[in-house]
Design a protein around this ligand. Structure first.
Ligand SMILES: [Zn+2]
Length: 278
């Protein structure tokens, strides 16, 4: 018999044990049950979800008034606490934690990662996202397949889509966070505030709403030198709390190819990296 409910099990191990290969089999209640946790739905005030564990069993309470996507993600997030942070205090988690905790390394970020890895596993997500444009239309399409929120799905598309890309969240006053794809990470940096020709700046100033993807000069979004010589695709939408969520997509990869060549010639990437490690 398989040993159930081992703390520290990764989403990958849990899904492998359960033999899950299709998005429609990503049943959060069944998965939680396998991990020793029961999900119940109640009207909650002041938080989206909470978990209480005793011994090897836990009760995860999820806000019954929230949308299906939010409920699934909340449950996955709490299950992450259960598998990773067991033995520490009980958790109560708010919507803000699900939306904002993507860049800081802490228990909330780890629980968000756990939920994403469990409910949009790379093995299943990557083939479905293959060669799809990095736009919110694609995000919507995949969010419907996985029954997940736009933001969580957008992060996955950047991480496991087929192209160099970045997801950037800008608040009314400052940039909140950004997630780069692995081939962009540590090499291209977003500007502190989107340039005047971006749709995001229109959304943030209240001048416009979402207009779909468009071509914009790379220096409107990217602060690397010579960014003004390239074009990228921007797709921005208004998002929670007066923020704008933006997908940046290098459908023309010339900026990255030139960067490769430049780094090779000068060895700058390697020496920069060395400086970071010092
Ligand atoms: Zn949490």
């Amino acid at each position: 018999m398989v040993e159930m409910n081992r703390p520290g099990m990764t989403p990958f191990e849990i899904l492998a044990d359960l033999g899950i290969h299709d998005p429609e089999d990503l049943d959060i209640e069944a998965i939680a049950y396998y991990c020793g946790a029961t999900i119940v739905y109640k009207s909650l005030f002041g938080c989206e979800a909470r978990i209480m564990g005793v011994g090897d069993e836990a009760i995860i309470t999820v806000n019954a008034r929230s949308a299906l996507e939010r409920r699934r993600f909340s449950a996955g997030h709490e299950l992450g606490h259960w598998m990773r942070d067991r033995g520490t205090a009980a958790f109560q988690c708010s919507e803000k934690m699900f939306d904002d905790e993507w860049s800081q390394e802490n228990p909330e970020q780890r629980a968000n990662r756990f939920a994403s890895d469990l409910l949009m596993p790379p093995k299943i997500f990557r083939p479905l996202a293959k060669n799809l444009p990095i736009t919110f239309a694609t995000v919507q399409q995949l969010a419907a397949v996985f029954k997940m929120s736009l933001s969580a799905t957008a992060i996955r598309l950047v991480e496991y889509g087929s192209y160099p890309a970045m997801l950037v969240c800008n608040g009314p006053e400052a940039r909140m966070w950004y997630v780069p794809s692995s081939n962009v990470k540590g090499r291209l940096w977003p500007v502190d505030r989107p340039g005047q020709w971006t749709h995001a700046s229109g959304i943030l100033s209240g001048r416009s709403r979402a207009n779909g993807p468009h071509d914009v000069r790379a220096d409107e979004w990217i602060k690397n030198c010579r960014a003004d010589q390239y074009w990228i695709k921007e797709d921005s939408i208004p998002w929670s709390g007066g923020t704008a969520l933006t997908l940046i997509w290098w459908d023309d990869e010339r900026q990255l190819i030139d960067l490769d060549n430049f780094e090779e010639e000068t060895g700058s990437w390697r020496s920069d990296r060395r400086r970071d490690w010092d």
